[in-house]
Design a protein around this ligand. Structure first.
Ligand SMILES: [Zn+2]
Length: 315
């Protein structure tokens, strides 16, 4: 995969480098592709990058001026942004976008081999994992950051990434191979299989007086109808279930099939169950508290079970 063809270049004829890149005491000049000079110290570049270290160890021709100029492939805007990412004393650009980060990594890590920035780079990238989990996964795989790739993959379980028809294409997918993307989809699918089990059976939880709808005495076709199916609990096989709770489990099941770590306590998820529960004189007195308690137990069960699913990364 080409690493340079993806990088954006800008023309900035009026760009004026700010401190510390205007230091007249600096001993080397980096000249951007659009002709702007950045004054820097070669010892700093040498410590940061094996690329520059090797360059400065080469014998210099006698005609070389005291302050040599190194032509750079990057534009002034890009050079300023990438230098500010790590150069001592430089004020960094606040909150770089995902695209800017990706470009920074490509210049600093892939091109100039600045491995020391990796911990900071990962922290910056992690700030985008909530909003762009698949993109963060892809970029992490590009640099073989397994820990962040796994974190991003887990975060992707909160969104229906397998629903490719109705979802926008995640950025930076071309950073990974089809094989790696398949691993992510397989993980997502296996987690969905695991996450939907506790809403299709209640055999993982004991039935008690705290169970939603338990001991509702208004059933039997009156104001609190019951589900057609008989449900098994861990300690109580063959029990009926009030219809509003059974319906809630079915809707949760459908949600979890697409998004295995969807939030189960959001108003969108709970509203219909609460409305239906309120129609029953018995369930409405305690149903919400019982449902909230059940939701906490269900979420914990799903979290535990998903932790047993392995994401295969071939790097
Ligand atoms: Zn009821």
């Amino acid at each position: 995969m080409s690493t340079t063809s993806r990088i954006a270049h800008f023309t900035t004829p009026s760009f004026v480098p700010r401190a510390p890149f205007d230091d007249p005491g600096a001993d080397v000049i980096l000249r951007s592709s659009d002709g702007i000079d950045f004054h820097v110290y070669r010892v700093v570049l040498s410590l940061a990058s094996p690329f520059f270290k090797e360059m400065f160890t080469l014998p210099q021709p006698p005609s070389e001026p005291d302050v040599p100029t190194i032509p750079m492939a990057e534009s002034a805007v890009v050079l300023d942004r990438t230098l500010r990412f790590w150069y001592p004393g430089a004020e960094p650009i606040a909150m770089p976008t995902l695209d800017e980060l990706r470009d920074n990594f490509e210049y600093l890590i892939a091109r100039y081999d600045m491995q020391f920035i990796v911990p900071f780079a990962k922290r910056q990238l992690r700030a985008h994992v909530q909003e762009h989990p698949v993109a963060v996964f892809a970029i992490s795989c590009r640099y073989e950051w397994k820990d962040l790739a796994r974190e991003a993959a887990k975060r992707s379980l909160s969104v229906p990434i397998r629903d490719v028809c109705d979802s926008p294409r995640p950025p930076h997918l071309n950073d990974i191979t089809a094989d790696t993307f398949h691993s992510l989809l397989l993980y997502h699918s296996q987690c969905a299989r695991v996450a939907t089990v506790p809403t299709s059976t209640l055999e993982w939880i004991n039935r008690s007086d705290e169970t939603p709808g338990a001991n509702c005495t208004v059933g039997g076709g009156h104001s609190c109808p019951h589900d057609d199916r008989i449900w098994n609990y861990a300690n109580a096989p063959g029990r009926p279930l009030v219809a509003w709770f059974a319906g809630h489990l079915k809707r949760l099941n459908a949600t979890l099939a697409n998004s295995p770590l969807a939030r189960l306590d959001s108003p969108e998820v709970l509203t219909l169950a609460v409305k239906q529960m309120a129609a029953c004189p018995f369930c409405k007195t305690n149903g919400f508290e019982r449902l909230a308690k059940f939701t906490v137990a269900l979420q914990a069960k799903i979290d535990r079970d998903i932790d047993s699913v392995e994401l295969e990364l071939n790097f």
